[in-house]
Structures are given as C-alpha cells and as structure tokens.
Design a protein around this ligand. Structure first.
Ligand code: GRF
Length: 194
C-alpha cells in the first residue's frame, strides 16, 4: 500500500508513521505534503528520502476548493492508496473528503466523541476530566466525526497545564497512529485501545 501523509507543522506524527513503515510493513510512504512551505516536517521527510510537496494555502485565500485542487494534483501524482492527516490543520471540503472517503485517516488529540475541534487539552483540564487521550478515526465530512479506529488514554494529573497534558498525549499519538495504520493497511478495521 502507498501512503501519503499531510502535515502542517513539525510532523512528529508523520515521523512516527514513517519510522514504523519498515520492510515488514504492508505500506510505505510515497509523499509527505504540507500546506505551509515552512513546515519543519518537510525537511525531516526529505532527509529520510521521502518525496515532499509544499502547497501553500495562503495564495488561495478563502478559495478552499482551489487550494485542494492544487493539493490533489500533487497527491494524485503519488497514487496513494491511503492518506494520513497528521497534524494537518486545514478543514477539508466534502468534495475532497468524498474523493478519499474510506481511505483517509486523522489523529485527533482527544477521546472522541469528546472535544472535537481545537484546544482539546485545555478543555479537558477545564472540565476536570481525570482521563484524556487521542483518537485515530476515518475522515468523513463531519469534522473529527468518522468511525474511530483506535484510542489511547492518559491520566490528567493535578496541576497539569495544557502543555503538560499535550506532551503526555503526543507520546501516545506516536504509538497509536502507527499501530492503527499497520492494521488499516491490512484491511483490518477493528478498533485498537492503548
Ligand atoms: C499536535 O498537537 C498533535 O496533538 C496533533 O497535531 C499537532 C502537531 O502534531 N495531532 P505533529 O507533531 O505535527 O505530528
């Protein structure tokens, strides 16, 4: 299986996925694309010999469809079987999502269906939750709403700042996402709990 990974920033999740895709893995990375040419993950991917693409969303302004057409051109050229959103911070239109439905995954830093959207760690602390975590789900037109393929849990500790909690969750993301992708690439959609 051919995997394209979309990032917006440092790409730590992308790295975890790429490092797990060794010779024994049913999939291999064929493209790392970012909506920001300055995304640190692009240089990290290039350093690992993976093809990269930078499609800056800013010149397209509010025209999401035009940005996605430019991104799709680079994606189609890589002929991916699976797309992994990994720290990708752009909302995708239903048109783009339907093109890849059933073959596009995302990792979200909360125990879905709780805390869809942004600032999930601060919201969990604010709510006084004892537990928090991350979820890998299939991407559908509903933001952070598709079938959950895996979750990992962490405790919320007294005195946690959002950054403390984010760091604890991120460590689990780097374990969960590769585990889910391995299974998904073999056609197995049974959920994983870490
Ligand atoms: C992190 O906040 C992570 O929780 C979320 O995307 C952000 C950046 O991740 N999934 P990465 O280091 O770019 O993978």
């Amino acid at each position: 299986k051919r995997v394209a990974i979309l990032i917006s920033g440092g790409g730590s999740n992308m790295l975890a996925l790429v490092r797990d895709m060794g010779p024994d893995h049913p999939a291999r990375p064929v493209l790392v694309a970012a909506n920001d040419p300055a995304a640190g993950g692009l240089a990290r991917a290039a350093g690992l010999g993976i093809a990269t693409a930078a499609v800056d969303h800013r010149p397209f302004g509010k025209d999401r469809a035009a940005f996605e057409a430019a991104l799709s051109a680079r994606l189609e050229a890589a002929r991916p079987d699976i797309i992994c959103l990994a720290g990708f911070m752009r909302i995708l239109t239903p048109g783009f999502i339907s093109r890849w439905e059933g073959r596009m995954l995302n990792i979200h830093p909360s125990l879905l269906p709780k805390y869809r959207g942004l600032h999930t760690h601060a919201r969990a602390i604010e709510a006084g939750d004892a537990e928090h975590g991350c979820s890998v789900h299939e991407v559908t037109a509903e933001l952070d709403g598709g079938p959950v393929l895996g979750q990992a849990r962490v405790p919320v500790l007294p005195g946690d700042t959002p950054d403390d909690l984010a760091a604890r969750v991120l460590e689990k993301e780097h374990l969960l996402y590769p585990a889910v992708l391995r299974r998904f690439a073999m056609g197995d959609r049974r959920p994983i709990q870490l």
